[in-house]
Design a protein around this ligand. Structure first.
Ligand SMILES: CC(C)(COP(=O)(O)OP(=O)(O)OC[C@H]1O[C@@H](n2cnc3c(N)ncnc32)[C@H](O)[C@@H]1OP(=O)(O)O)[C@@H](O)C(=O)NCCC(=O)NCCS
Length: 236
């Protein structure tokens, strides 16, 4: 297990060739203590600067793990809180609905009480009639914990795992000023399109293998494993 401060999370290089730790722990440096579970707030404060037990190992504030079946309801509730009721009207949703995330690429961040405080998933897609790729999203963090490094830790873990599993490229629709720090840009996406309304400058991509997006063109299509049975929305 690897313990990191928020600044250490930000400085961590994405290293596709090296497998990330199965679990990534991080500590917040500037998240509002009031928003944390009492036990976590206590432990985070105890590990912060100037505390009497300075020098002792910092307690983990959150951990990133693979999403489990028991996380689904908490994840959906978190997405509602973080993104609002219109989140399911996005074009990206067309590429996710009725599908399972790409194998091994659904993650949650948990606080010390075990509560889900962040989520990110990646989905198998096809670029036009051409090569396979991943679509990332939604990425969301508990609103009270914004700017505490959870989103960055989820992104870096997700990208590193996708690279380790051999994927060539990741696409997403989002804010370039945020996702640019993880290497995403609109440089390679001008010839690609989402299957519905979207803002072209927000379609971003990251190549995990050099040239993975060379010649990519056309509308992005869902290519993930299909869900079976009832309650598709809940278990997706
Ligand atoms: C966007 C989100 C995932 C970021 O996660 P987070 O844990 O709050 O962010 P981090 O702590 O990793 O990063 C914070 C940094 O990103 C910046 N940032 C956050 N959102 C940003 C945005 N939309 N555009 C530009 N910068 C952004 C912050 O200003 C901060 O900058 P700093 O490091 O220079 O101080 C989170 O705020 C969230 O869930 N938002 C609501 C849902 C959402 O918008 N999801 C993304 C859909 S595209």
């Amino acid at each position: 297990m690897e313990y990191l401060t928020k600044s250490a999370v930000a400085a961590t290089e994405i290293a596709p060739s090296s497998a990330p730790s199965a679990e990534l722990f991080s500590t917040w440096e500037k998240s509002p203590m009031a928003a944390l579970a009492p036990s976590l707030a206590h432990r985070a404060q105890a590990g912060s600067r100037g505390a009497p037990d300075e020098g002792a190992a910092q307690a983990p504030a959150f951990v990133i793990v693979g999403e489990g079946a028991g996380d689904v309801q908490a994840r959906e509730a978190l997405l509602d809180r973080a993104m609002g009721p219109n989140r399911k009207k996005k074009s990206s949703e067309k590429l996710r609905r009725g599908r399972r995330p790409s194998e091994g690429l659904a993650f949650v961040a948990r606080d010390a009480s075990g509560a889900v405080v962040g989520t990110v998933r990646l989905w198998d897609v096809r670029l036009g009639e051409g090569s396979p790729a991943l679509l990332l999203g939604p990425l969301a963090v508990e609103p009270g914990l914004k700017n505490g490094g959870v989103g960055s830790a989820l992104m870096r873990h997700a990208v590193a795992e996708a690279a380790r599993l051999g994927h060539g490229a990741i696409l997403l629709v989002g804010d370039a000023p945020y996702y640019g720090r993880f290497g995403f840009s609109a440089d390679c996406t001008g010839t690609l399109a989402m299957p519905g309304p979207y803002e072209r400058h927000r379609l971003l991509a990251l190549e995990l293998k050099d040239g993975a997006l060379d010649g990519a063109r056309g509308t992005i299509k869902a290519a993930g494993r299909k869900l079976k049975g009832q309650g598709l929305g809940l278990i997706a």
